[in-house]
Structure formats: C-alpha cells, structure tokens
Design a protein around this ligand. Structure first.
Ligand code: GRF
Length: 212
C-alpha cells in the first residue's frame, strides 16, 4: 500500500500534523499527505501545511453554512483527492456517518488518554487532562484508534502511557502526552501504510517485526 494518499483533518495547532509531515519528509513513512483540511480557518496547522507546500482546504461554517453542506463538501473533497486514509489530528468536529461508512477502517484518530478512560462524548481538549488530574490516576497516555460510529469507540491500534506525578498540572500532563502522541500517531500511520493492521471485530492485530 506504499504511496497512499492521506488527508489530515485538524482544528488547531497541528503539532500532530507536524509529526506526520516530519515522518513523511524523513521517509519514516511512505505515503503522501495529499491535503490538510481544517474546520477553523485560523488554525495554526493550516500554516504548517502551507509551509510544507501541502494543499489545504477550509471547510467551515462561514463558507458552507449548514452542517449538511459542510459534510457534503468534506466528502466531495476526500473523493476528489482520491484519499486512502483519513487522519484526525485534533479535529474537533464529529464526522458525518456518510464518511465513516465510506471509509470504514480507513479513518484514524488520536485521543489524549488511555481509552476507554477519559474518553467519549465531550472528552476533548484540556477537559481530558483536567479530569485525569482530578481523579488522581497514576498513569495516563494516548490512544490511536480507528473511527467508527461511537465517539472514541473504534478498534484500538496503539496505546502508550505516561506517569502522572503528584505535582503535575494540566500543562505538564498535556506536554508529556503530546510527546507520546507524536510518536504513536506516525507509527500507527506507518503500520497502516505497510498493511500491518488487521481489524478483527473491535480488535486490531498488529503485525510487527522490522519496525524502525
Ligand atoms: C491532541 O492532544 C490530540 O490527541 C487531540 O487534540 C490535540 C491536538 O493537538 N485529539 P495538535 O493540534 O495536534 O497540536
């Protein structure tokens, strides 16, 4: 599956997008980021993409008005670009059912906790880390998973942990978790591109070996 076309969907800073751009440029993963789509025109990730001469598209309320029109536009762009893999890298919107159905097991999301903890409806952004701290858990982490109809409920591809220290605050946790996100997201995409992921029910079998 080498040379596959990837669409990265973002809403914000795009540090995970940057990790993917770097991974492609360093030839850690074979594949092309064909387009970066943002639902926020001011998202810094859009600038990151432009800096690397990657095509960008803004699918926002201002341009497309209703949710239906936005959903339609998004699907059309993905089809026009002949996208093989969609990566949600801090995309703060729910994907329409039509896209989830059309790209079954071809949509990857990164979530900043160990799913199923601190995940599901409403768990995004700093809320995740705030609740981690409030609950006093000793470890947290990040999860890369395929997207299905259930929020954060799709088959898990990779997870990595970080320790939560007594003195951690939201920023320090966020920083620690982002650091591992930047490792496991490119790795998951690499595994996908190399055809090493097999989805069996709600589980993913990862064929490892020879991984750099
Ligand atoms: C990350 O924490 C990711 O797990 C979550 O949104 C954040 C995006 O950060 N889904 P960035 O825009 O990639 O810097």
């Amino acid at each position: 599956m080498a040379g596959i076309k990837i669409a990265v969907l973002i809403s914000g800073g795009g540090s995970n997008l940057q990790a993917l751009i770097d991974a492609v440029e360093q030839k850690y993963l074979q594949g092309e980021i064909a387009i970066v789509i943002s639902n926020k025109k001011e998202a810094y990730g859009v600038k990151r993409a432009q800096k690397h001469h990657i095509k960008t598209s803004i699918v926002d309320k201002e341009t497309y008005g209703t949710r239906e029109k936005r959903d339609e536009a998004l699907l059309k762009i993905l089809q026009q670009e002949e996208i093989d893999l969609i990566v949600l890298a801090g995309y703060l919107a729910i994907l329409p059912r039509s896209i989830v159905e059309n790209y079954r097991n071809k949509i990857i999301n990164i979530h900043p906790s160990l799913i199923p903890s601190f995940s599901g409806e409403g768990y995004y952004g700093e809320k995740v880390h705030r609740e981690v701290l409030e609950r006093g858990v000793k470890i947290t982490g990040a999860t890369v998973h395929f997207v299905n109809e259930e929020t954060d409920g799709g088959p898990i591809i990779l997870q990595e942990t970080v320790d939560v220290e007594f003195d951690d605050d939201i920023n320090s946790i966020k920083e620690k978790v982002l650091k591992i996100e930047h490792q496991i997201l490119p790795l998951a995409v690499k595994l996908f591109v190399e055809g090493r992921l097999r989805v069996m029910g709600n589980k993913v079998k990862v064929k490892t070996g020879n991984l750099k």
